[in-house]
Ligand binder design. Structure first.
Ligand SMILES: NC(=O)c1ccc[n+]([C@@H]2O[C@H](COP(=O)([O-])OP(=O)(O)OC[C@H]3O[C@@H](n4cnc5c(N)ncnc54)[C@H](OP(=O)(O)O)[C@@H]3O)[C@@H](O)[C@H]2O)c1
Length: 275
């Protein structure tokens, strides 16, 4: 149960939702679900062309004419820019009831081959992107003593996978940050949850696959790839029930459970082949 009296999609009607990384992939699928539910939806990402394409897709969905649906170019790795753009939207409209931090990037590669620049880019976006948006929005939520924050991690946020050292570092950090923030904000009635999706059919995954070592690709062949629409549906179901750790598929939940009770069993499925 969350403290916000939100239990089903229908309760999203008239709520205000801010989504970072809302122009593509999982973020866009979540934006679509929010529009269909009658929420006011604001998406934030960098590329104007992708934002405009996403916006026209959202505006084509059946919605009430009073619903506000807008898109803003914002690089969440830049704290000053994020503060200005989000504050301006809050001043023009209102502070969000729900913040979905979805923007993120994966650049796989073996530790010995990966550049410091690539590693830093993942930490900057996956960790600081979330911290920046939270830093601007949390004071508004604590003030009105309600709100929901969802931070996107990954199955790499609880499972250290070969080929993903820096990505895992960033996504474990998201889980740690979210768990601490959850405890910190609970007295204010603000819910914090964390999303750990499996491989999901998105432009991000397509890009990621281009630089994925072949050993990683071979290991992942056994894993199911899901659609962003399914991730969104499963996520909202858990989010609106007030769940903290959201692992949207059965396989993912099984991996999460096994890793906690018997990591050795899981080792067999995720070990790097002999070199
Ligand atoms: N897809 C998967 O298999 C998978 C699995 C586990 C976890 N995840 C996580 O789920 C989240 C969404 O993944 P996805 O695959 O849907 O991603 P995606 O298809 O690559 O979409 C990423 C979104 O984030 C935006 N973005 C990127 N850099 C940004 C920045 N600096 N500031 C603001 N927005 C930025 C992108 O737009 P611009 O480029 O225009 O800014 C885009 O809207 C990420 O956190 C990812 O790590 C994904």
């Amino acid at each position: 149960m969350n403290h916000n009296n939100l239990k089903t999609f229908a309760d999203l009607k008239d709520k205000t939702v801010f989504i970072t990384g809302g122009s593509e992939g999982i973020g866009l699928a979540m934006a679509e679900d929010c529009v269909r539910s009658g929420a006011h939806v604001f998406i934030f990402s960098r590329n104007q062309t992708k934002l405009q394409q996403a916006l026209s897709r959202l505006l084509k969905l059946p919605h009430d004419p009073n619903q506000i649906i807008e898109a803003y170019s914002c690089d969440v790795t830049d704290f000053n820019q994020t503060t200005k753009i989000i504050q301006d939207v809050i001043t023009k409209h209102k502070a969000p009831d729900i913040l979905l931090n979805v923007a993120g990037i994966a650049k796989p590669g073996f530790f010995q081959d990966q550049s410091i620049e690539d590693m830093r880019q993942m930490v900057d976006l996956n960790v600081f992107g979330i911290i920046h948006a939270c830093k601007v929005i949390v004071p508004h939520m604590t003030k009105k003593k309600s709100g929901i924050i969802l931070n996107t991690s990954s199955m790499c946020g609880f499972l250290g996978l070969f080929g993903y050292t820096a990505y895992c570092a960033s996504k474990f950090a998201v889980v740690g940050f979210s768990e601490a923030l959850k405890r910190e904000l609970k007295p204010f009635g603000v819910q914090v949850s964390v999303l750990c999706p499996p491989n999901t059919r998105t432009p991000g995954l397509e890009n990621e696959n281009k630089s994925k070592p072949k050993e990683v690709l071979a290991t992942e062949e056994k894993a199911k790839v899901v659609n962003p629409e399914d991730v969104s549906q499963a996520t909202f179901k858990d989010l609106l029930r007030g769940k903290f750790m959201i692992v949207p598929t059965f396989d993912g939940s099984l991996a999460y459970y096994l890793n906690r009770v018997s990591p050795k069993i899981l080792d067999q499925f995720v070990k790097r082949p002999e070199v």
